[in-house]
Design a protein around this ligand. Structure first.
Ligand code: AMP
Ligand code: MG
Length: 342
């Protein structure tokens, strides 16, 4: 991190934690959910690497076993394959994520949609077919219409008391836009429960920081920026990740081009097609990583104008990076993000 930041974002609240004197920084990493994870923690005494790794693995396994669309035996995949007209009890963690996802589906008018799995698959971003497969082509309009007919999250008839959902037929859940953030929260909480209060947790670029770095400074992270065309330089935005999480959704990761058209992996479930309104990325800062992750996807689908209106209404701290017609990038911050910038 040797670049000079152009903008610094600070938390509005400082936790009552003192730096740990005589401590060391420890680091572990691994693979999960088709991406990498990393945890760092500051502590005195023995590294505790084994219990930390076990705690991280336990949380990741729990999320994957319940919510992975890549694991045929997951609770989610069993629901996704179930016969029409069947009722299913949802395990606790999956219920927690589903409840949050349904709330956001509702307030975003379906821009965020945890039931968009059929569309996600159709466009090659689910387990199969993959857009990277030889000979893969974008779907026909008829296929899109067919998938659109079974992506209504309201047809799940979520029963919060019995924790049950209904399979109306062909509906496929996909929590890829929210589950990484949720896993980050679980890991961060699990480490805190072990007495580790100075931690930085990262799953696939979604981050949550608690306490302080070894230096007594907060955990500083630079917001992810889209790759630039030509000589333009975007400001470096550096965030003190203290009691905060950050997630970025972008149109430059997991994207393919067919016949000169770019197809990014964020789908607008309202028209069944990948988003195409020129947002290069949206970063969201929130105390909980689940919400940072889900909001960044929701705002990406809505686009800069509608996204900014919803972020303003719900006091969500968001930074929009728009790809203008001439290829240059422009940044816009929501009022809550401006407040972090001082
Ligand atoms: P993220 O990187 O967090 O924005 O999540 C993107 C992933 O979420 C995609 O690869 C899809 O699996 C899934 N997804 C795509 N579009 C949507 C949407 N509109 N609502 C919810 N999940 C989506
Ligand atoms: Mg997301």
């Amino acid at each position: 991190m040797n670049r000079v930041p152009n903008r610094v974002l600070l938390p509005l609240q400082i936790d009552a934690v003192a730096p740990v004197w005589g401590a060391a920084t420890h680091r572990l990493d691994g693979q999960t959910m088709g991406t990498g994870w990393q945890v760092q923690w500051v502590a005195t005494g023995p590294a505790q690497a084994e219990p930390v790794r076990a705690a991280v693995q336990q949380e990741l396994d729990l999320v994957v076993n319940q919510m992975s669309t890549w694991l045929p035996s997951s609770d989610m995949e069993r629901f996704n394959r179930a016969d029409a007209g069947t009722q299913h009890t949802v395990p606790d963690a999956m219920a927690e994520v589903l409840q949050a996802a349904l709330w956001l589906a509702d307030v975003s008018g379906g821009a965020f949609n945890p039931a968009a799995g059929a569309l996600v698959n159709l466009w090659g971003f689910g387990p199969s077919p993959r857009y990277t497969d030889a000979g893969f082509v974008p779907p026909t309009d008829a296929a899109v219409q067919q998938a659109l007919a079974c992506n209504d999250w309201r047809s799940l008839r979520w029963d919060a008391v019995r924790r049950q959902i209904y399979q109306a037929g062909g509906l496929r859940l996909d929590f890829s836009a929210i589950a990484k953030g949720y896993a980050v929260d679980r890991i961060s909480q699990s480490l805190a429960a072990m007495g580790l209060h100075h931690t930085l947790v990262d799953v696939g670029g979604e981050l949550r920081g608690r306490g302080l770095h070894l230096s007594g400074q907060p955990w500083w992270v630079d917001l992810e920026t889209p790759p630039l065309l030509a000589a333009q330089r975007l400001p470096v935005t550096r965030l003190a990740l203290h009691g905060l999480s950050v997630a970025t959704s972008g149109d430059y990761r997991r994207v393919y081009t067919h016949d000169g058209v770019r197809w990014p992996h964020t789908i607008d479930p309202r028209n069944g097609r990948p988003v195409a309104h020129g947002l290069a990325s949206v970063s969201v800062v929130h105390p909980e990583c689940l919400w940072a992750d889900a909001w960044s996807t929701a705002l990406t689908v809505l686009g800069r104008e509608q996204g900014m209106a919803l972020a303003t209404e719900h006091a969500v701290a968001a930074l929009f990076v728009q790809r203008e017609a001439d290829g240059t990038l422009t940044e816009t911050m929501s009022p809550a993000m401006n407040a972090l910038a001082g």
